[in-house]
Write a protein that binds this ligand. Structure first.
Ligand code: HXC
Length: 270
């Protein structure tokens, strides 16, 4: 499907007011790199302070420094494995100690590799379920009292690959289906407390570890794969994040928002 059109590359700051998250605090797992780092940066550019949680403290510390310098907001790096409930509880407590509150949570930490189910070990399957699904559960449990207190919101980073059968992705597909389900339950159970919960499901996003690991191509991928004329970019997911956490989305909860430029609808045709 050749196209002459290329979707514009926009930044959230060109559309949303700078200070819409002033005084608010974001807690993001997986925020040290890739998509989640971009989501965090966008929130900080609109006034939020942020905690980023991950396993690699060197990478987190560097990311936090760069994010603070780029946005003028505070960013707290906290080492922790989302598979450990206590690590999340301690990270939430440190966030409240440093910033006084938690309003928004991004459950983004994820693991991925390509392997057919015939070669997928029980431990490999369990590892991804534990990082993605159990990690999301642990993050929700550790942060919910704070998010509830502030009538805040969750965004869970899922994927497009489990809505159909995606080869070599049994572990991630099962894990992300669980993430979607958790988000929907939080939406209905916590809605009466003023808490919203949504899923962002990125498609192929250029320059991310996920795409590298999946053998994805860069922005110059073959013409026709992308109805909007280009691959997704981290800023596309970041813009969706700002929208979903903003009051513009105050009646949107329990939803899955694909950020894939309709590429998924083309699957099987190209
Ligand atoms: C087969 C593998 C494997 C591979 C690990 N395992 N890598 N099996 N192929 N490439 C197996 C191991 O052999 C082991 O099983 C089990 O998984 C646990 O491996 P460990 O290395 O001990 O686990 P751990 O150190 O906890 O690391 C987990 C990890 C993680 C999942 C490998 O390091 C990781 O994936 N990091 C990548 C982060 C990432 O890419 N994030 C972006 C995700 S993007 P055995 O049986 O040997 O004990 C995403 C959406 C993509 O999720 C959508 C794109 C379109």
């Amino acid at each position: 499907m050749p196209t002459a059109f290329v979707a514009p590359r926009t930044t959230s700051t060109s559309i949303f007011k700078d200070d819409i998250f002033k005084g608010k605090v974001l807690f993001c797992t997986g925020g040290g790199s890739g998509i989640c780092r971009g989501m965090t940066e966008a929130m900080m550019r609109h006034g939020a302070n942020a905690t980023i949680v991950g396993r690699k403290i060197d990478r987190l510390t560097q990311a936090a420094k760069e994010l603070s310098e780029a946005t003028g907001q505070k960013c707290l790096p906290i080492q922790g494995d989302v598979r450990q409930p206590r690590a999340l509880q301690e990270a939430a407590a440190k966030t409240v100690e440093a910033f006084g509150r938690i309003d928004f949570v991004i459950c983004g930490a994820a693991g991925n590799f390509l392997v057919p189910i015939s070669g997928l070990s029980e431990n490999a399957f369990r590892t991804v379920i534990e990082i993605d699904t159990l990690g999301t559960y642990n993050t929700i449990k550790a942060t919910l009292p704070h998010v509830r207190a502030n009538k805040g919101a969750y965004i869970h980073v899922s994927a497009m690959l489990h809505y159909k059968g995606t080869p070599y992705q049994a572990h991630v597909s099962a894990a992300k289906a669980g993430v979607d389900a958790l988000s929907a339950v939080v939406a209905v159970e916590e809605g009466p407390h003023g808490v919203r919960s949504n899923v962002i499901a990125p498609g192929a996003i250029a320059n991310t570890e996920g795409m590298d690991r999946l053998g994805g191509k860069g922005p110059d991928a073959p013409e026709g794969l992308y109805p909007l004329g280009r691959m997704g970019e981290i800023s596309d997911v970041a813009n969706a994040t700002v929208f979903l956490f903003s009051d513009a989305a105050s009646y949107i909860t329990g939803q899955v928002l694909p950020v894939d430029g309709a590429s998924e609808h083309l699957r099987g045709l190209v």
